[in-house]
Design a protein around this ligand. Structure first.
Ligand SMILES: Nc1ncnc2c1ncn2[C@@H]1O[C@H](COP(=O)(O)OP(=O)(O)OP(=O)(O)O)[C@@H](O)[C@H]1O
Length: 380
């Protein structure tokens, strides 16, 4: 899509095939980002996955090896001088003079910027300090600021002019819990002012708390992106079944299109099953991973599968069964999985004695770990 096309499509940032090579290393590998206007967009990935390099490319601070970047509907870096005044950025923290006050530092940074109008500087500095909750500390020297205050001062610097886009690289990195809370709540409120906020983080919990959308980087590649609710929805769902008739149960589950779970690669083989201790009489546990049922598949007896419900034929499903249809809300099976009650009915009809049955949705954390092959720091 052209840069003008991306703004027409409601995208504040769009990249296509964006790549950056450092010697032999592809730090950013063919990335197609799509950041909707007004989103708080979490750019998530483990350390070294290419987040900062991508941000530098977006802001014209580094030259791409391949691909295109459009920011606010304009190609970058070609239209850098029109784009940058509308973008506030906090990348690698601004260097403050420790023995100058917060106010004096902002005056100095604004004067150094080619976009700051001197006549309005005093009012803009005061408004930015107010916006980040530092009015009371404006006259204090920066060396007396906490890390959280310094970070908020950095955000105030990004807010010295009205911005359509804010780009914040790991804004809570290194902060104590109080500073982290302050900065998170500030980031949330910035979006309420109407700006699109693009915020990188290696903390899944942080992105879940403050973002509406997310993209996940792994080893330079973009492995998923979209609204958080959809990313959650895409995760695998497992069923956990306790039965003494495990062999027969597996036949039924395979017939219903479910695939064996990760920890149980060959469910048809009794030897690979784990025993559930402490529940008398239970001698088999079957764990399935997300199902892939072909669209249009029906269970014997005419009950439609969740696959149909998610793919548009769900209206019929809902009408036939009295169940809601469409994207699966909590308690509903995900696309590709039959309704739990239908699975149990099928098992029972096949003579499987069901002693326990539960449906478990993969958490966002499990999904991200599966996508990136790396653990996320979920602390804080
Ligand atoms: N100027 C550079 N020269 C050579 N390699 C670089 C340069 N900048 C980044 N890299 C490498 O590119 C890869 C991606 O780094 P980048 O800083 O973009 O990752 P990141 O996801 O932002 O990680 P972090 O959270 O640790 O900053 C890393 O392997 C890094 O060593």
């Amino acid at each position: 899509m052209t840069a003008a096309g991306s703004i027409a499509a409601g995208l504040t940032i769009e990249t296509q095939g964006l790549s950056k090579r450092f010697g032999h290393q592809l730090a950013v590998d063919n990335v197609d980002l799509a950041v909707p206007q007004g989103a708080v967009f979490g750019f998530l990935g483990p350390n070294g996955s290419g987040k900062t390099t991508t941000i530098r490319l977006l802001l014209g601070l580094a030259a791409a090896s391949a691909g295109t970047v459009s920011v606010l509907g304009l190609p970058m870096p070609q239209r850098l001088h029109e784009v940058l005044p509308r973008v506030g950025a906090l990348v690698e923290g601004p260097a403050f003079y420790p023995f100058l006050s917060g106010t004096a530092n902002l005056h100095r940074l604004d004067a150094a910027s080619r976009h700051g109008t001197p006549g309005t500087r005093k009012a803009r500095v005061a408004a930015a300090l107010e916006r980040v909750g530092l009015s009371h500390a404006g006259s204090k020297r920066v060396h007396a600021y906490s890390l959280g205050m310094k970070q908020r001062l950095g955000i105030a610097n990004a807010l010295l002019s009205p911005r359509d886009l804010l780009v914040l690289d790991e804004p809570t990195n290194g902060l104590d819990p109080q500073g982290t809370r302050e900065v998170r709540s500030l980031v949330r409120s910035l979006a309420a002012d109407g700006a699109t906020v693009f915020v990188s983080s290696h903390l899944l919990a942080e992105v879940e708390q403050i973002c509406t959308h997310a993209a996940i980087m792994s080893a330079g590649r973009l492995v998923a992106q979209g609204p958080l609710a959809e990313l959650r929805q895409d995760g695998h769902t497992r069923i956990r079944l306790l039965t003494p008739d495990a062999g027969r149960a597996c036949e039924v589950l395979l017939r219903l299109g479910m695939t064996p779970g990760r920890g149980n690669p060959e469910p048809a083989s009794h030897e690979t099953w784990t025993s559930e201790a402490g529940i008398p009489g239970v001698d088999g546990e079957v764990v399935t991973a997300g199902a892939t049922v072909p669209a249009g598949a029906t269970l014997p007896g005419g009950a439609a599968t969740g696959a149909e419900a998610a793919m548009g034929a769900g209206a019929a499903t809902g009408a036939q069964t009295g169940r809601p249809s469409g994207m699966s809300p909590p308690g509903m099976p995900p696309p590709g999985m039959p309704f739990p009650e239908d699975i149990v009915a099928e098992l029972v009809a096949a003579g499987v004695r069901v002693r326990g049955f539960s449906v478990e949705r993969e958490s966002l954390e499990e999904r991200f770990v599966a996508l990136t092959g790396e653990g996320f720091d979920v602390a804080q």
